[in-house]
Design a protein around this ligand. Structure first.
Ligand code: GTP
Ligand code: MG
Length: 195
């Protein structure tokens, strides 16, 4: 899709703050620092619209990016960030669970995984959770610019071995730095949202 205009419409922590215009939504989930905000920027052709950072845990609310008044990307705060209190983590869990399990506009989730590492238990749990609720999922191995191409096949088969992939789901490789995989990711989004 050619993106012309993007607004960060809404930062929400609870349902009454979610946008009410009914556009389809694609949510981005994954560990803190894995590259969710960077992926958002690549998909919308901006260098730094979604705030990226080396400090994990920068994104703390659900951020709804309105893409051309057609759909929303929902940037979800990352998990696996150790330096937050138990109470904050519970609040975070509630916020995300409520969104993922009740949002009717949600057409799919992109689960980002660091392409250099084996999926963590948190990653695998997140995938199981998404499957339990029948949410179409794209597993996106990112930061692939940091892995030599000669190892990409090995990476992909490791992912396939570690994750019990539902037959409707897909695994793709991506790099926010080189934009590798951008078109395929957009195709997946278009297929699931109908935009
Ligand atoms: P939280 O908001 O904390 O959950 O993090 P996030 O998942 O939004 O990660 P973010 O996009 O802020 O990226 C974290 C760091 O990884 C930044 O320093 C990015 O520049 C870097 N990064 C993200 N994607 C890539 C990539 O594909 N390649 C490389 N080399 N660096 C990346
Ligand atoms: Mg972020």
């Amino acid at each position: 899709m050619d993106v012309n205009n993007v607004n960060i419409d809404i930062s929400a922590v609870e349902p009454k703050q979610y946008p009410s215009n009914g556009y389809p939504e694609i949510a981005l989930v994954g560990r803190s620092n894995v590259g969710k905000s960077s992926l958002t920027n690549v998909l919308i052709n901006r260098n730094s619209y979604a705030r990226t950072s080396n400090t994990p845990g920068k994104t703390q609310t659900l951020n709804f990016y309105n893409v051309d008044d057609k759909m929303f990307f929902v940037d979800i705060p990352g998990y696996g960030y150790a330096r937050i209190s138990k109470k904050e983590r519970e609040k975070w869990g509630q916020m995300i669970e409520t969104y993922l399990t009740t949002r009717r506009q949600l057409d799919g989730v992109i689960l980002l995984i660091d392409g250099r590492r084996k999926p963590s238990n948190d990653d695998l749990q997140m995938y199981e959770f998404l499957k339990y609720y029948n949410i179409p999922t794209l597993i996106l191995a990112t930061k692939m610019d940091k892995t030599p191409k000669s190892k990409w096949n090995k990476e992909t088969s490791l992912l396939n071995k570690t994750i019990e992939l539902n037959e409707d789901d897909e695994i793709m490789l991506f790099s926010a730095q080189t934009k590798y995989g951008k078109d395929e990711v957009w195709q997946w989004i278009e297929k699931h949202t109908g935009v």
